[in-house]
Design a protein around this ligand. Structure first.
Ligand code: M6R
Length: 372
């Protein structure tokens, strides 16, 4: 049942190409104009989607990190303002909600108490609620106006991996569905983005081939006390997710930072031998961010940090500053997290295993957190 692995988590990491592909199935219907994105339980009309003037995304843990990524896609494609909030904080600060607000609740289990209470609060304030969920008929989708299911099968490992990637995929579908309903993208543009998404599972599979290299790095670093993760733009939520994986599985202090914040404090942490994992943006397109991150790596390496860099294949500029270089295929910027997250999952799992921990059942944690 673990597909030849010692742990479900390792099997679930390998199921990610299929999870992304399956989450896309049936969500695009071709027509004369190019085609349309179709959601699952669509109890919200296009007219209602057009009336939306702001979006809140609420979730916890890894699902919250998926939510942070939703913001980049939805704002870019729809020009709607998006706020992403920890579900446990949302209803306690009296957020401004009304019937033109869309609240997106992301939850693998669909039973997380904090997220469920955030949904109930949103509904009381007459907001529209859309759930992104991996569990058919769970409480959160039942109480929502519309649902987009991540179809990656049940996730057994407490640490979310394949569900996270599927949630990120579902975010893109939602962003495109909103763009289509609101007319901020032409049908052929929506069709083009969807085709790019459909190409991602193959690239996800290629990133899995880096696992032996990542595991070797993880074994070398397994006894360290702290690891820092840096990223920018969509690489920033990926850094946060990498740090969370390492905390929950390997019980190592780990922090994710937006690389631009380094000089506002965290650079003081850098000392000889400190491992820093950096998620590089593509060298194409966002060249300003790329060169800024490059100078960040140079700075931390000069201060003795041990740099582990995840960068696009063929990005030779990072090589001199990377003590370890993990190469991932080129992808559209918004979709890069579907690739860059994977080495971080593999890294955390291998560090934890080297330290002798049960990676399916990390200490003190439950798969589904049904109390607030
Ligand atoms: O079932 P949910 O997606 O609502 O769960 C949210 C978090 O509890 C979950 O993502 C948690 O952070 C994972 N253990 C992270 O790996």
């Amino acid at each position: 049942e673990k597909g030849g692995h010692d742990y479900f988590m390792l099997k679930e990491i390998e199921e990610q190409p299929a999870g992304v592909a399956d989450t896309l199935i049936g969500h695009f219907s071709h027509d004369r104009d190019g085609g349309r994105i179709v959601l699952d339980e669509q109890r919200l009309t296009d007219q209602e989607l057009r009336e939306i003037d702001k979006v809140f995304v609420v979730a916890c843990g890894s699902s919250y990190h998926a939510g942070l990524l939703a913001k980049y896609a939805i704002e870019h494609w729809t020009r709607l303002p998006v706020e992403v909030e920890l579900a446990s904080e949302f209803r306690y600060r009296d957020p401004v909600l009304d019937r033109s607000t869309l609240v997106v609740a992301i939850s693998q289990s669909g039973e997380t108490a904090d997220t469920l209470e955030a949904v109930r609060h949103a509904k009381e304030q007459k907001a529209r609620v859309l759930a992104i969920c991996n569990t058919n008929g769970a409480q959160i989708p039942r109480e929502s106006d519309a649902v987009l299911y991540t179809r990656t099968g049940p996730e057994i490992g407490v640490a979310s991996t394949k569900a996270f990637l599927a949630q990120v995929t579902a975010n893109y579908l939602l962003g495109l569905a909103l763009a289509q309903a609101r007319g901020t993208k032409y049908p052929d543009e929506v069709a083009r983005e969807f085709a790019e998404l459909e190409a991602m599972p193959k690239l996800v599979a290629r990133v899995l081939e880096t696992a032996p290299q990542v595991r070797a790095i993880a074994r070398e670093l397994a006894q360290v006390r702290t690891v820092l993760f840096l990223g920018r733009h969509v690489g920033y939520p990926v850094a946060l997710e990498g740090a969370l994986k390492l905390k929950e599985l390997a019980y190592i202090h780990a922090e994710g930072f937006a690389a631009g914040e380094l000089k506002h404090g965290p650079i003081a942490l850098i000392e000889d031998g400190l491992p820093v994992i950096v998620v590089m943006p593509s060298p194409k397109g966002r060249t300003v961010l790329h060169s800024k991150l490059l100078s960040n790596i140079r700075e931390i390496q000069a201060r003795g940090a041990r740099t582990i860099v995840i960068a696009e294949e063929g990005d030779e500029t990072v090589r001199p500053f990377a003590d370890h270089l993990i190469e991932i295929p080129a992808a559209p910027t918004l979709f890069q997290p579907l690739l860059s997250t994977i080495p971080l999952q593999v890294f955390a799992a291998e560090v934890a295993q080297t330290r002798g921990y049960d990676i399916d059942k990390p200490r003190n944690l439950a798969k589904s957190v049904t109390v607030e």
